[in-house]
Design a protein around this ligand. Structure first.
Ligand SMILES: [Zn+2]
Length: 141
């Protein structure tokens, strides 16, 4: 029986890679060579974002969770790890439109910070979280 795959499913290859990364972290193995092999220069940029603690997990009482990543340009991008989405132009262009990348450096940084448990945590009210999400939409317009 084939499992249905939809937009809410993490691409299998990413999922596979993440468990590989988690194992590498446990064993103290370096992450970069394998990441670079799969993601090229995005891997270096994503690890840099993680090193600079640019990833923040924002959660609200109702259980909604979004990630915010402070990009190298100083802009903040909103990432939804649960449905594999980032608000940056690179994601819209390379991932959604052209389909030649699996993810952008922000999403990769989000996944890496999950694996290495290095993301910042921020609790906000439901109203604040909604505001964060709608502010992001306004910026896109
Ligand atoms: Zn992005």
């Amino acid at each position: 029986m084939a499992a249905p795959t939809g937009p809410l499913t993490l691409p299998a290859v990413v999922e596979e890679l993440l468990s590989e990364m988690a194992a590498a972290v446990r064993d103290g193995a370096p992450l970069l060579p394998r990441l670079k092999f799969v993601f090229g220069s995005s891997a270096v940029q994503a690890l840099d974002l993680v090193d600079r603690q640019s990833v923040t997990l924002i959660s609200s009482p109702s259980g909604r969770r979004v990630y915010q990543v402070l990009g190298s340009s100083g802009r903040t991008y909103t990432c939804l790890a649960s449905c594999h989405y980032c608000s940056c132009p690179a994601f819209a262009f390379s991932v959604l439109r052209k389909g030649d990348s699996l993810l952008c450096k922000h999403l990769l940084a989000v996944y890496l910070s999950q694996v290495t448990r290095t993301c910042q945590q921020l609790s906000v009210s439901d109203k604040q979280l909604t505001d964060i999400l709608s502010a992001e939409k306004t910026q896109e317009a």
